[in-house]
Design a binder for this molecule. Sequence first.
Ligand code: BMA
Length: 315
Amino acid sequence: MKKLTSATKILTRHPANPLISPDDYPGVMQMFNPSPAMYNGETILLVSMIFFKNDRLGETRVARSTDGIHFTIADEPFIKLDTSAYPYDIVCKHTIDNRVTQIGDTYYILTPTSAWPHQGSATILGKTKDFKTYEVMEIITLPRNRGASLFPEKINGKYYKLDRPGAGTGSQGDIWLSASPDLIYWGEYRPVLCPYAHWNMSKIGPTPPIKTKQGWLVIIHGVCQPCDGPHYSIGAMLLDLEQPWKIIGKTHSTLLNPEKDYETRGWVDNVVFPCGAIADEAKDELRLYYGAADTRICLATGSLSEVVTACIESI
Ligand code: BMA
C-alpha cells in the first residue's frame, strides 16, 4: 500500500496558539473566524468581533502582522456602511465571517450579513486597496447564502464564486458555483459539493480558492451533530483549473478537528472555522488561520502539496 501522510497529520498547530484572544481586549467578547490576505509583505486578518455591550452587533476589524504571528488590531471597525439607508438598514448588520480575494491590486471582500426582519444571510461585495478604506459595491447573493467566496482570477473570461445556499436552515448548506462578467451580475449556477463524510454530514461551506499547479485548492468547513451538539471541522477539496465545477478530489478525513481546549471550550464549544488561508507554493507552505470556539484566533501550518495530495488521493 502506498505510504501517504494522514490528512489529519498534515497541519501543525502553532505553539503560540491562540494568537489573538479577547482576554487581551477589554470589552471584547469574541474575536474569531479571520479572513487572511497578504498586503505589502504584511499578513492581514479581517477579524470578526463581538462585544459585551449588547448595543453593538458583530463587526470587522483589521489586524496586521509583519511575522504572521503577532498581530495589532485596529481601534476602529473596517467595514462601515450607512445602516440608516435602504437597503443597508435591513441587510448590513452583523458583518462577520468575511472572505477576501485579491484580484490585481484590489482586494474584494464578500461579507455574509444578517438580513432582518427577513431571514438568513445575503452577501455584500465590497473592496479595498489598502485595508484602510472600504467601499461597498453591491449585494450579490440572495439569502440564504453564507460563506460565498470569490476566485482570484477570471477563468475563460468570467469571474467565478463559490456559493453556500441553504445556510442557516439547520441541517443544510451545500457548495454551488456561479459565474459573472463583472462581479455584480451572477448566474450559470452549478452544484459542486454536498455533505459526503461523517464530519460534514450537516453542512459544508467554502473559502476563497487557492491556485495550485494541480487545481483550485479550497479549504472547506464541515458540520456534524454528535450528542454533545454541533462540531465544526476543516477539510479541503480540489477543483479543476479550467472547469471549476469539476471536483478533482477532496479529503475524506479532516485536516483539523476541534481537539485542543482553546477549540473545544468557548462561546460555542467544538468549533474550528476557516475563512481562507495563505499559500506559498515556492515554500510549499499553507498557513491556515482559523477561529476557535467562536472566541479566539489560531494558526495551523503545513505542507501545501501534502494537502493537495490528500485531496487527490481522497484520504
Ligand atoms: C456558523 C457561523 C460561524 C460560526 C459557526 C459556529 O453558522 O455563524 O460564524 O463560527 O456557525 O458557531
